[in-house]
Design a protein around this ligand. Sequence first.
Ligand code: AKB
Length: 340
Amino acid sequence: MRKKVTLITGANGEIGQALIEYLATHGDTAILALDIRPMKPALQKLCYTTIEGDILDTRLFERLVSEYAIQEIYHLAALLSTRAEFTPELAHRVNVQGTLNLLHLAIEQSRWQGQSVKFLFPSSIAVYGLPDLQTKSYAGAVKEYAWNLSTTMYGCNKMYCEHLGRYYAQNYRQLAADPEPYGVDFRSVRFPGLISAYTLPSGGTSDFAPEMIHSAAEGKPYACFVRADTRIPFMAMPDAVKALLDLSKPEKSTLKHLVYNVGSFSLSAGEIKDMVMQYFPEAQITFEPDLKRQQIVDTWPADVDDSSARDDWGWQPDYDARRAFDEYLIPNIAKRYRQD
Ligand code: AKB
């Protein structure tokens, strides 16, 4: 018998680590963690198996199929928006071909198991592309279907992968004599900028918020790479994990969409600085915009309209900005740097 597992790709990344910790302490799921980098020993202990491997390696997937019955896939591996602009073709391979490989694995597993395998995919506010600041200001909280005109390779990759997910869910090999009986149970959330108390992101363009908070706690000066008036939506990491798990639960038939915005709070970089200064009055935070990264963030919406997620599957974040800072970010980040 093949072992029943939940596959998590990008397991070493920020969402991966938080998701593994949550699942290991709250569930009875056997986790198969995959990452291109070696997993931290503390995380390894929480998983049934960890594999150091590349999502572009199709041989690896052939091996996985023979050894495991994959019940659910959390496909988190990706190159983020800033990183992707330095190597767009590599980003396309990892973000698109990598996702295609995982969708193929999912559809094969669905056939084997006689039911559609759940596929949870983190998309991003990077799929939006507002043409200028005036439009960004009047657009306010954007709906899923609006302004899908990303200017970044990462955003284009995420948008296309949402389409691929829909294709594998509903239309895979639609002209075949033996139509696909199950398809993939694809579900996606478009995340805002995420802020974790325990890890720092790398290669994203929303990284200025976590970098600012962590630097202040560490007592290091921070030069923020966007203007103080730059506003995008953010979310505390526990809510990101909650969003993925909450979306994984409902019956497929109750979901009206495959892709949902999820929001929790929207802050400008200046407002983040003001909040940080309340906790760390000595913090040295300046604004030295990098015009090119600024240009990217200026195309992202100031906020998202997540009413579909709230209506269809009861999305409700636990953390607004104040609670995120008071109860999650500041105490845990302060402790982390006190210990170092
Ligand atoms: C990034 O900055 O690339 C990510 C994102 C907004 O998806 N954090």
